[in-house]
Design a protein around this ligand. Structure first.
Ligand code: PLP
Length: 281
């Protein structure tokens, strides 16, 4: 049986619920965080907890649990669900209150939800061996994509467009014609000159924890990194392309808007960064 955690208790997954006037449901007034779990351990735990704290702070939601308490609950959730390799999802909303856009006048208790699911590592590896296709779409999101909120409708529509086009991910393009990031991943290219390029971590993208780790892995082996937006045209002509996230680690991209990248095979630098990331985990 699967279990979920809601507001202090574990429930069978199908019986777990939140109130109809929860502000997360009514207004997307909530943040979330995702950890991947390998061999029973949270990957990049510090980075994800730090980002959670920042997201809560930006929305002025008081953390309902300490990091130590959250780690304890996550451990118990993984144990009950018998998961050693998978993903843990945490949502924290401002809480439940009579519907009104402004924050509740009387402070309410934040809602906390934790769920987890198993990850098929063999399938993820197989995907990385072949590489994936992405399409580009206009970035239709709000101006604070650096806060990890559950306000994901534009991301949902972008991912759906990708799937309908036979691709795995959608790279979003801003008004200046530059790629910001994927719908649930950060976007990267390797130029013909061998430079790693990924969008600067401003308010236009989520500051990926995997992105930060890959920057460090790349610096450790002396690679040159440019943090700037790149155009779809630059990506079509790149030597390599890939994406990063806690859920997909480092995944090679071999097709962008039907343009074959280099020889259509995953790039060697991409695969070595994937290996470095997973090896260090
Ligand atoms: N960009 C977006 C929009 C995301 O939703 C995610 C992950 O959920 C990422 C990037 C990758 O972030 P991380 O590496 O922390 O998983």
């Amino acid at each position: 049986m699967r279990f979920a955690y809601v507001n202090g208790r574990f429930f069978p997954h199908g019986e777990a619920s939140i109130h109809v006037e929860d502000r997360g449901f009514q207004f997307a007034d909530a943040v979330y965080e995702v950890w991947s779990v390998r061999k029973g351990e949270l990957m990049d735990a510090d980075g994800h907890f730090a980002r959670l704290e920042r997201s809560l702070g930006e929305l002025r939601i008081t953390a309902p649990r300490s990091r130590a308490a959250l780690e304890h609950i996550i451990g118990e959730l993984l144990r009950r669900n018998r998961i050693r390799n998978g993903l843990v999802y945490l949502q924290i909303s401002r809480g439940q209150a009579r519907r009104d856009h402004a924050f509740p006048k009387q402070a309410v208790t934040p809602t906390i939800v934790l769920t987890c699911k198993r990850l098929d590592l063999a399938a993820a590896d197989a995907r990385a061996q072949c590489g994936i296709a992405v399409i580009t779409v206009p970035d239709q999101r709000w101006a604070r994509c650096d806060i990890k909120t559950v306000n994901l409708l534009p991301n949902v529509l972008a991912k759906q467009a990708a799937h309908e086009a036979g691709a795995v991910e959608a790279w979003q393009v801003d008004r200046d014609g530059r790629v910001t990031e994927g719908s649930s991943t950060n976007a990267w290219i390797v130029t013909k000159a061998g430079k790693l390029v990924t969008r600067q971590a401003d308010q236009g993208i989520l500051h990926g924890i995997t992105r930060a780790r890959i920057i460090k892995c790349a610096q450790d082996v002396g690679l040159e990194i440019e943090e700037r937006g790149f155009t779809p045209q630059e990506a079509y002509e790149a030597r390599e392309a890939f994406l990063t996230s806690a859920t997909s680690f480092v995944t090679p991209v071999v097709l962008i808007d039907n343009h074959i990248i280099a020889n259509g095979e995953p790039g060697s630098l991409t695969l070595s960064l994937r290996q470095a990331y997973l090896g260090e985990a």
